[in-house]
Design a protein around this ligand. Structure first.
Ligand code: BES
Ligand code: MN
Ligand code: ZN
Length: 485
């Protein structure tokens, strides 16, 4: 999909779309169109689309009106994304190859116009590489969008938004690729390719290096897999030299069978997206590097595959983490925290971060608690929690904070080691967070985002089709923009 900005629409394009505010029907519409829209109860609410055909200057046009909601809405930009996304959903496989998009009727700023374009772009992403028999009329047809009536500043705002779109798309690709294609080493290879020429620096730890560092917990998870584990750090130094970096750590379990504590078959295929935290961090770094963000940010991805075989770790095994603390592995399916504890410890030792945020599809209990509307957040710092909540609201990657407390922490004490890797059934997401907190240095602001319910969607949402959502990329990007630049 590409956008072309012009003053007057090319005459050969049949499909014309206009973005309109709620209850604000333009006076230049011909009577039949205006009456048709009214009859169809088109009001211009966010994401509403009305389509008709209309004669203009002797040629028949396919005309679409897309609603952007109220002009003074608080989340105006999200509404504009919805307007753009609704057009993409309707016309992506319509057979039309081009669209004229008129943004001159909704009194937009450049950033608001770019939001409409972002919605259009994000909603038209899909991965068709494995469909060899898709009939022509089911294939995406829309290739070019001619943007007219764009307000001043749209160009610059779009340049930034496009970098973010690339990040989201990269994440969605990583999340969607199946685990026979995407495993720790191929994940690293895809990142090496994606970051080429961006100016970001990539640091890879192989198993030998991790062995030397004493990462017994992370390595224990990968022990039953034929695929070698990796840690990948992606460093973007866009800020002042000497400014301590902000570090984002992602859970990258490229497939989670549960290990010896094997998961039941139904739905196990979902565990290809158990690397959604790492995917979000990689996409966010790509966005930040792409728009040359003025901040020092590092992404650290813990990449492993959790498989059961003759070498796999057993329930009851005790592993020594890089921090020196020991863990009794009671359930090999609680593997995310084992990966993260070593990745978090290493990240703090190596980079001395000013703040650290991890993203992980950590617990099924999080989905039971919050469904698919909010990611769960746990934090030791109110300011950081507030900043993350606010960034999430602004881009539609919503978060809801849950508690940490010593009484929950006690639940993971082990009779034989420093801690066990699972607590009781109750408060499963909280005890997982407590586990991670035991690896956070005193005084370092930290937030843990349990995004198990947000990475994958079984139905289309406002800027995504069903499947990978790209959750987390825009959250991190906005957090950096609002607080670090
Ligand atoms: N990756 C899963 C959590 C998950 C489940 C994410 C469903 C997305 C959808 C995680 O590794 C896991 O298996 N967690 C266990 C923890 C339990 C053994 C304490 C769970 O949630 O059941
Ligand atoms: Mn698991
Ligand atoms: Zn998992």
């Amino acid at each position: 999909m590409q956008f072309r900005f012009s003053d007057s629409p090319p005459s050969h394009v049949r499909l014309h779309a206009r973005v309109l505010n709620q209850e604000d029907m333009p006076s230049d519409l011909d009577q039949a169109v205006a009456e048709g829209a009214r009859a169809a109860r088109f009001k211009g609410s966010a994401g509403q689309v009305f389509e008709t055909f209309s004669m203009k200057d002797g040629t028949l046009r396919r005309l679409a009106l897309a609603g952007a909601g109220e002009a003074d809405a608080t989340l105006r930009r999200l509404n504009l994304e919805k307007a753009g996304a609704a057009l993409a959903a309707k016309y992506l496989v319509s057979g039309e190859s081009a669209m004229v998009l008129d943004l001159g009727h909704a009194d937009l700023s450049g950033e608001e116009a770019a939001a409409a374009l972002l919605g259009l772009r994000l909603r038209s992403w899909r991965l068709d590489t494995y469909r060899t028999k898709l009939p022509a009329d089911k294939r995406p047809s829309l290739e070019t969008v001619h943007v007219v009536g764009a307000p001043d500043g749209t160009h610059d705002a779009w340049a930034e938004a496009e970098a973010v779109a690339r990040g989201v798309e990269f994440t969605r690709t990583l999340v969607t690729e199946p685990a026979n294609r995407l495993y720790p080493e191929s994940f690293v290879a895809l990142c090496e390719k994606a970051f080429e020429g961006t100016g970001a620096e990539l640091i890879v730890l192989d198993e030998e290096a991790m062995e030397k560092l004493g990462m017994g917990a992370l390595l224990g998870v990968g022990q039953g897999s034929e695929r070698a584990s990796r840690i990948l750090a992606i460093r973007w130094n866009g800020g002042r030299t000497g400014d301590r970096p902000s570090v984002f750590v992602g859970k990258g379990v490229t497939f989670d069978t549960g290990g010896i504590s094997l998961k039941p078959p139904p739905g196990m295929e979902d565990m290809k997206w158990d690397m959604g935290g790492a995917g979000a961090v990689a996409g966010a770094l790509l966005a930040l590097a792409g728009r040359k963000a003025k901040a020092n940010v590092i992404g650290v991805l813990g990449l492993v595959e959790n498989m059961p075989d003759g070498k796999a770790q057993r329930p009851g095994d005790i592993v020594t983490t890089m921090s020196g603390q020991t863990v009794e592995v009671l359930n090999t399916d609680a593997e995310g925290r084992l990966v993260l504890c070593d990745a978090l410890h290493w990240a703090q030792e190596e980079f001395d971060p000013a703040r650290i945020v991890d993203l992980a599809t950590l617990t099924g209990a999080m989905i039971i608690a919050l469904g698919n509307e909010h990611g769960g957040m746990f934090a030791n710092d109110d300011k950081l929690a507030g900043q993350l909540t606010c960034a999430g609201e602004g881009v539609g990657d919503r978060l809801w904070r849950l508690p940490l407390a010593p009484a929950y922490d006690k639940l993971i004490d082990s009779p034989i080691a420093d801690m066990k890797n699972v607590g009781p059934r109750e408060a499963g997401s909280i005890t997982a967070a407590q586990f991670l907190q035991r690896f956070i240095r005193k005084g370092t602001p930290w937030a843990h985002l349990d995004i198990a319910g947000m990475v994958w969607s079984t139905k289309p949402g406002h800027t995504w089709d069903k499947g990978a959502t790209g959750y987390g990329v825009r959250l991190i990007d906005r957090f950096v923009k609002e607080n670090l630049e």
